[in-house]
Write a protein that binds this ligand. Structure first.
Ligand SMILES: Nc1ncnc2c1ncn2[C@@H]1O[C@H](COP(=O)(O)OP(=O)(O)OP(=O)(O)O)[C@@H](O)[C@H]1O
Length: 257
């Protein structure tokens, strides 16, 4: 395949993912530009999470190539894969914090694992990320079970930012939050994106988040990416699957504002 331009953070080409007789992706292509916030949408079961996991190198596709930050990943050795993973942060839907660790310990963990900083530096960096994620510093000693849904998301975001990632993956970041908390989280993502120059890839069903934060949105359907467009254009795209998705009463309300 030809060289990947420097302004492309993630390039997926010819991706194929199958589970038994079910083909989830076939000949799927997607390019994510450096510094953009890209939304990933599609009907339930269209393969958004499997695509996310493929890009995170957590799922190995049957065919295709994924370039991450200019590096082809198909034949990476363990060491190279680990190094690349450290340049990516991820916020999973449930937050996925370790329940037996406090927020500060959760955020410190990647720093202990992947750096040789001393204890004081790890603590300083963890507290900085906790603050960046808008989590109250005086609650950093709490355990996940003591947090509200919005606080769990912020704590998990702080952990995702621990190693200063260039690429940030968000899986349904506002799912389960009330509208006010979800709106605040959208603003936080937009601010961090600007402040840290992150490339953000966000799977979401949340129309508010799509309209408020994304530069472009990729639509998954029919086992591939059917379109990548700014949301204003995508919501008016004539492809039957896209039309059906945005034609629902909840999404149409946004489109027709
Ligand atoms: N580990 C697995 N084993 C078997 N099938 C799987 C596995 N992971 C995903 N699938 C299947 O792949 C398809 C796509 O799943 P995926 O979770 O990526 O969809 P999605 O677009 O994220 O859906 P949703 O919006 O409902 O979360 C589904 O049919 C799912 O059952």
């Amino acid at each position: 395949m030809s060289a990947i331009p420097g302004d492309i953070a993630v390039a997926v080409s010819g991706l194929e993912n199958r589970f038994g007789s079910t083909t989830v992706h076939q000949d799927l292509d997607l390019q994510v530009r450096r510094g953009e916030i890209l939304g990933l949408v599609g009907g339930s079961g269209s393969g958004k999470t499997v695509l996310l996991r493929s890009m995170l190198l957590l799922h190995r596709p049957q065919a295709g190539e994924i370039h991450l930050l200019g590096t082809p990943t198909r034949s990476l050795g363990r060491g190279e894969e680990k190094a690349l993973r450290q340049r990516m942060g991820v916020l999973f839907q449930q937050g996925a914090l370790f329940t037996g660790l406090t927020v500060k310990e959760n955020v410190s963990l990647p720093l202990w694992e992947h750096t040789r900083f001393d204890a004081a530096t790890v603590e300083d960096l963890a507290m900085l990320k906790i603050q960046l994620a808008g989590f109250p510093l005086d609650a950093a000693h709490l355990y996940p079970s003591e947090l509200s849904g919005g606080m769990v998301k912020r704590a998990a975001l702080a952990r995702a930012l621990a190693l200063d990632p260039e690429l940030l993956f968000l899986d349904e970041p506002t799912a389960g939050l009330d509208p006010v908390s979800a709106g605040a989280f959208d603003e936080l993502i937009a601010e961090l994106h600007k402040l840290l120059g992150l490339t953000v890839i966000m799977v979401t069903h949340d129309m508010d988040a799509l309209w408020a934060t994304t530069h472009r949105v990729a639509f998954l359907g029919d086992r591939r990416v059917l379109a990548v467009q700014p949301i204003e254009q995508l919501a008016r795209n004539d492809h039957p699957l896209i039309k059906a998705y945005f034609g629902g009463s909840r999404t149409a309300a946004w489109r027709d504002r």
